[in-house]
Design a protein around this ligand. Structure first.
Ligand code: NAP
Length: 309
């Protein structure tokens, strides 16, 4: 079997050695150095050049290096009937929950205000906030959303979530569908976006959504940059409708040099690192996906193209 690494990889050697640790005889090539297009059985993909995937006549599976697959589905020339699988991994989920917890706690414990006071050498305690009165709303109750929801619940936050289909989760106030979106938003002191990017969710973090939140709410976007209407965020921060935002993802990455978010005092910018796939953790999944696709067995974590995630 031959696996092709296709697209943007920080270090292809790290991936190759992680995968070969589990299957030393696997042939791994790195695009564009392909011996024979017909030899490629599987592609491991992140932000591949458009139109390339359809060129492999014997391809059996497309594997996303990350949890999201919008970077694959943006290709208008994907071959029909080739399954797409994504990697679902404990280390990725833990990293994401850690990032969100950090962002929520720095907001909840008013660290930005204390930093301003420190710069003024001002020793003054601000009014404490009751954790159970802080409602965190999570857009998306999938693998990542449900994990952070449970962890926040253990810490004593009041947690609610919103998904496409109805859910029942212990101690989480669950909402679903467009009809319940405004009701869901109405109590959220913190709004976390963990939705996949689809035509339905693009631009969902907009003026209308912000207006439905309580005044002074805090936004965390760790899903995709195109969920956010950037102008609407700037307007909401200026008016005080939102008190701040922590953003890990952007429509254009890296964030352009002159982008207003870089220096905005109420915005925290991180370079798409909330949860990064660790090759040694996911290598066994990649091999299993290849073997199962070869043998015609059921694949784990396949994408439903009709839903787009
Ligand atoms: P997932 O398991 O597929 O869960 C997606 C959730 O979103 C599900 O609860 C789904 O509802 C809900 N949803 C989808 N479309 C919806 C709609 N139109 N209206 C309401 N809810 C909708 O995804 P995941 O693994 O949790 O990952 C979420 C996203 O995080 C990924 O797609 C990726 O873009 C992003 N991500 C970012 C980073 C980073 O480093 N910043 C890292 C990893 C992932 P149902 O449950 O009803 O299907």
């Amino acid at each position: 079997m031959t696996l092709l690494l296709l697209g943007e990889f920080e270090d292809t050697q790290v991936w190759i050695s992680a995968i070969k640790t589990h299957q030393p005889d696997l042939k791994i090539e790195v695009y564009p150095d392909v011996d024979n297009l017909a030899d490629i059985d599987a592609v491991l993909v992140w932000m591949h050049p458009l139109g390339v995937i359809e060129k492999f006549p014997n391809l059996k599976v497309i594997i996303s290096t990350g949890a999201g697959v919008d970077h694959i589905l943006r290709d208008p020339n994907l071959p029909a009937n080739i399954p797409i699988v994504r990697l679902v991994d404990e280390s990725l989920t833990s990293q994401m929950s850690e990032y969100i917890l950090l962002a929520i706690l720095q907001f909840h414990r008013q660290f930005a205000d204390y930093k301003i006071q420190q710069n003024q050498q001002l020793w003054r305690g601000l009014s404490p906030r009751n954790t159970e009165n802080c409602t965190v709303g999570i857009l998306g109750l999938g693998v990542l959303g449900s994990d952070i929801a449970q962890k926040l619940n253990i810490l004593g936050f009041s947690v609610r979530g919103w998904s496409r289909t109805p859910k029942i989760l212990d101690n989480i106030n669950c909402f679903s569908g467009e009809t319940q979106l405004n009701l869901f938003l109405s109590e959220c002191s913190v709004l976390v976006c963990l939705l996949p990017l689809t035509p339905e969710t693009e631009g969902i973090l907009n003026q209308k959504t912000f207006a439905a939140l309580p005044q002074g709410a805090y936004l965390i976007n760790v899903a995709r940059g195109k969920h956010l209407v950037e102008e609407d965020l700037l307007t909401a921060l200026t008016s005080g409708q939102l008190s701040g935002a922590c953003l890990d993802v952007f429509p254009i990455e890296p964030l352009p040099e002159n982008h207003p978010f870089w220096r905005h005092p109420q915005i925290i910018v991180t370079p798409h690192i909330a949860a990064k796939t660790i090759p040694t953790c996911v290598a066994p999944q990649i091999i299993t996906a290849m073997q199962n696709s070869q043998e015609g067995l059921i694949l784990n974590n396949t994408i439903d193209l009709s839903k787009g995630y």
